[in-house]
Design a protein around this ligand. Structure first.
Ligand code: FAD
Ligand code: NAD
Length: 374
């Protein structure tokens, strides 16, 4: 280890991540958890991270994936368990793998594809894993919660605000659509955040009867397989830095990125004063996880939710209409005159585009707005 040099050793292959690595305090535990106990191949890609802090954070909480054992990578077998050591003062992470047989190895084996390299993330391409459908539960009349199980020995943690691609072969053609995984924190009475080395991945998906992909997904049986890609997206946790007020504007399934954002913000941002969700739907029956959101608002005084319906019944006493200046100016009140604010917006394209225009009219800067778009 030369000064300022940092290497990660995985299964005997040494990856130089020097310029990008800096130890993130408290990261050791996260790494241990992320590494899990049954993984064999630690990174499916080594990315070129933009800066020290985000590199390690991404590595710890996000873009690390453990692929199933591929014995041909190494010339001999290794034991299932491995240990991870983080040497804080030099910024070194050591992953120690034990040989199955105590003999000397003439050679290490062959690096797996995309290993032993530093590749810019944009050049790595998508890698799909076959995941098994474990359950499918109705959430509203047209939206379902799908639970998929990752292949054995696989670790995939989709970062907050990012999506993956699901792939199915439909009448002989591979069809791919993006979906944003949700955490189950709203379901489990907000007890625990999802464990990092969770084996399951959850999606809230609206089924469009005339759609190409979602009816096929809906027709899958428990035990069938769907391919799931590695994560993508441009939302960064660093956007939460020193955040005081968080406003979420979601329409329909545009709610999905807000689930993890909500969970992360309420658990991890120390100075956070207020989180407000304005949730736009056509009718009351379309509102996803309404009672869970109301319970959360009751339980956590920092959180408020408002529902706005564009096609309500005459009994609806709440807010009505599409996104508008009147709705936004009333809703987007900073808790202090100069509080640091972030507004996240996601939904049908006309909703998001109109929302961004209105936010600019209300003098929110580009840095204060994150829009989730295609
Ligand atoms: P499509 O075939 O795309 O059709 C959708 C609807 O449009 C149907 O009602 C169809 O009849 C109508 N339609 C299609 N073509 C036309 C046309 N030419 N003219 C008029 N109407 C038409 N969705 C979720 O439910 N959950 C998520 O978590 C989620 N995350 C996403 C993340 C990202 C980054 C993006 C970009 C989208 C996300 N989506 C999500 C939407 C998802 O990717 C699909 O677009 C959606 O599931 C519809 O797919 P489909 O193939 O079933 O329908
Ligand atoms: P929907 O048709 O049920 O509409 C929900 C609400 O959106 C409406 O009640 C209305 O308030 C608003 N809306 C709809 N059309 C509008 C318009 N023309 N102008 C202004 N407001 C309008 O919504 P849905 O079927 O659940 O669709 C959700 C959309 O969110 C999809 O297009 C999906 O692709 C998108 N989405 C994007 C992401 C992402 O990360 N980019 C994630 C999830 C969903």
């Amino acid at each position: 280890n030369k000064k300022d040099d940092c290497w990660i050793c995985i299964r005997g292959f040494v990856y130089n991540v020097s310029p990008y690595m800096e130890y993130h305090p408290g990261g050791e535990d996260e790494l241990m958890r992320a590494a899990g106990s049954d993984g064999t191949d630690l990174f499916d890609q080594v990315h070129r991270w933009v800066n020290y802090e985000s590199m390690l954070k991404e590595c710890l909480v996000g873009r690390m994936a453990i692929k199933p054992a591929v014995p041909k990578g190494l010339s001999r077998e290794i034991q299932e368990d491995f240990s991870v050591r983080v040497v804080e003062n030099v910024g070194k992470i050591e992953i120690v793998l034990k040989k199955k047989e105590n003999t000397s190895w003439k050679r290490l084996g062959h690096p797996l594809e995309n290993h032993n390299l530093l590749i810019p993330k944009k050049d790595t391409g998508l890698y799909y894993r076959k995941c098994q459908l474990i359950s499918k539960e109705g959430v509203t009349h047209d939206t379902k919660l799908f639970c998929l199980m990752l292949p054995a020995s696989t670790h995939l943690q989709v970062p907050v605000g990012q999506h993956v691609y699901l792939k199915l072969t439909i009448t002989g053609t591979e069809i791919v659509k993006p979906y944003t995984p949700v955490s189950d924190f709203l379901l489990s009475e907000f007890k625990e955040p999802v464990l990092l080395n969770n084996k399951y991945i959850y999606f809230l998906i609206k089924i469009y009867p005339a759609g190409l992909f979602t009816p096929e997904l809906d027709h899958l049986h428990i035990g069938d397989f769907v391919s799931v890609s590695n994560p993508e997206g441009n939302f960064k946790i660093s956007q939460f830095r020193e955040l005081e007020d968080l406003f979420l504007l979601a329409a329909g399934t545009g709610f999905t990125p807000m689930v993890k954002i909500l969970n992360y913000a309420l658990t991890n941002i120390p100075g956070l004063r207020k989180v407000k969700l304005m949730f736009f739907n056509k009718t009351e029956d379309d509102i996803i996880w309404r009672s869970q959101l109301e319970k959360l608002a009751f339980k956590d005084k920092r959180f408020d939710v408002e529902f706005v319906l564009s096609a309500p019944t005459s009994e609806w006493n709440g807010k009505r209409g599409y996104i508008s200046p009147a709705l936004l100016s009333q809703f987007l009140k900073r808790s202090l005159d100069n509080s640091r604010v972030l507004i996240c917006i996601c939904g049908p394209t006309p909703f998001t585009e109109q929302g961004i225009r209105l936010l600019h009219d209300l003098n929110f800067s580009k840095d204060e707005i994150h829009s989730f778009t295609a």
